[in-house]
Design a protein around this ligand. Structure first.
Ligand code: NDP
Length: 297
């Protein structure tokens, strides 16, 4: 199978390398062409000048770009030049509706589309241990196995087109609630004057623990929030969740609250910090109360 890769960002660069290791990668393309030319020279694969040129010479394309409009732009450029029977696998985090539109754009050309968003961060992309949530036809999922196996470990087909993105959106809502609860709890604990390192160590073994508590509560103890998972990226994902819920006439409280907090953090210049910087806002709740009672005295 000849595979092309589009979108050599923080995730895509690693994923392309893993496809190369599996002997599948034949061409790469990136909007900023220099990145693609450098990787192609290193791996001894093609760096065609256009998406159309890449599309005409492969059996499958994996894309990993930023947001909804970017996926549709790339799919539109690929579609006319792909051969009938080819596959497009999109691993960007976008809305389920974008996945369905992409499938529609490709269908007249006899090309199958799989939404394949991933979880596991740049470490998971590097180590080929990503969790991959797939939507699309079962037959296309079976054909894509060699590609998916080169990129990740937990690979699950959830159903028709868009269901991979729906599963990823579910994950992003959980992350929102968990990080909010941890931030609030840690701000509370600090106000109580508790020894925070001991607290993280002890509660990390308790029923309220989670990956986020163990790995990100220490950021709150130190007061530094290096990325991680950037505030602006999670805000983009929660906007997707908001739109998907709105189709049912529903506004999800956790999503709405976190979008408000993230907008505040971005406005203050913290958009590129890890999402644990939500702690900044929760800590201020107590600081404000403390200040108010001080003012009263
Ligand atoms: P980056 O910002 O590092 O890379 C984005 C890539 O997309 C770049 O190669 C960029 O090209 C390309 N791109 C953006 N817009 C377009 C466009 N209109 N046409 C063509 N190419 C475009 O992002 P990440 O690699 O971190 O993330 C990629 C996707 O994966 C996102 O949807 C993200 O939400 C998701 N994701 C990210 C995770 C992470 O931990 N970073 C974890 C799981 C999912 P150029 O080089 O020219 O800018």
């Amino acid at each position: 199978m000849r595979v092309g890769f589009v979108g050599l960002g923080a995730m895509g660069m690693h994923m392309a390398r893993n496809l190369h290791r599996a002997g599948l990668l034949t061409a790469v393309w990136n909007r900023t062409g220099e990145k693609a030319r450098a990787l192609a020279a290193e791996l001894n694969v093609e760096a065609p000048p256009t998406l159309a040129a890449l599309a005409s010479d492969v059996d499958a394309v994996v894309t990993c770009v930023s947001a909804d409009a970017d996926v549709l732009e790339v799919v539109r450029a690929l579609a006319p030049s792909l051969r009938s029977g080819a596959l497009v696998l999109d691993s960007s985090t976008v809305g389920a509706e974008t996945a369905r539109k992409s499938a529609e754009l490709l269908r007249p050309h006899g090309v199958e589309f799989l939404d394949c968003p991933v979880s596991g961060g740049t470490e998971g992309a590097r180590d080929a241990t990503l969790a991959i949530m797939v939507g699309g036809k079962e037959e296309a999922f079976e054909r894509a196995q060699p590609i998916l196996a080169a990129l990740g470990k937990a690979i699950t087909h959830f159903g028709p087109t868009g269901s991979g993105q729906a599963a990823k959106a579910t994950n992003q809502i959980m992350c929102a609630g968990i990080i909010e609860a941890i931030s609030e709890a840690m701000a509370f604990a600090r106000a109580q004057g508790l020894p925070l390192e001991k607290l993280v160590d002890t509660l990390g073994k308790g029923a309220g623990s989670s990956w986020y508590f163990v790995h990100r509560a220490p950021n709150m103890v130190r007061g530094t929030f290096p990325a991680g998972f950037r505030v602006r990226l999670h805000a983009k994902d929660l906007t997707i969740c908001r739109d998907m819920a709105a189709r049912f006439g529903v506004a999800l409280p956790v999503v709405e609250r976190m979008l408000g907090d993230y907008a505040e953090l971005v406005a203050r210049g913290y958009g590129d910090e890890d999402i644990s910087s939500t702690f900044r806002l929760k800590a201020e709740l107590f600081d404000a109360t403390h200040q108010a009672s001080h003012d009263i005295q």
